[in-house]
Ligand binder design. Sequence first.
Ligand code: ZN
Length: 311
Amino acid sequence: MNKKTGLYISTEGKNIYRTVYSMRGETIMSPTTIEEEIISISELDLGNYIKVLNEMLEPYFPQRSLSTTFDDIYETFCSVLESIEDFNILYGTLIRMEVFKNMPDDDCSDEYYLKAKKNILYGLSELTDINYTVNDILKNLSLGKEIDMTYTYTKYNQADCTHYFYMGQEFREELYFDSLQNYFSFLIMKFLGSKHKVVRCGCCGKFFIPKTKRATLYCDRIAKNGRTCKQVGPAQKHLDTAKKNAVIEAFDRNKKKMYKRYERTMDLLHETEKGLTLSEYFQWLDRAERTRSEFLKGEISEEEALGVICV
Ligand SMILES: [Zn+2]
């Protein structure tokens, strides 16, 4: 059977086997699990990506010398896309498909430029949106909160895919996805369905899924000098729980506030006076995350941490 461009997955037990068909041909990715996919998109370091994304979406559009401007945007877009494909062919391919899905013909009209730019913007920001949503869900799970897929995460409460069945030597099933949003909606719903316990590491502040039922406070990531959070964490016990919660809550609250501001800016698709650009959002996020972790490691005081985090 001829494979269409996109993502094919099959599952066996906990494992997900992913094959991507793209302009580069067939790529068989290493087996993963739902939990790994969820955690790995939640940890994506989007700093540089966002910087580029933001530059190409500067609000000098539509204006005179349109074509040059658009060509610049388009060129940047292509190179960003290629870097995403190098980094993760699955993300890159599905973003490419999203951008070109409803791309109008280039008739050099203002309308074309605007529509094309919009497609590029929305295609590229899928990654940031999923990253944000997954983090928000993990945060709520770690706090033991109910996840409301109906009203809060509406965009991710259903997924379209094609279910293929094959019969050769043996019976096989595959799911085909043509969008990142559908793939992650599927993963998020599956993830929620299996009722995982999610913990926010008391040392680095990142989310993890404990391997055992025993109460676990720290993750296995490397914290400093080659030692894991689990090894370094307990020494940080002196931190006052109330202060700790105050900083973590302030971080979550401000993160939401900042992201909503950015989202509103994006909805308008042109610059508003008080709008927040994506790179501003990520600059803040970068600083705030570092501050939170410095505080959790006992390197700075609660006041210092809140001073940086609160906007
Ligand atoms: Zn950790």
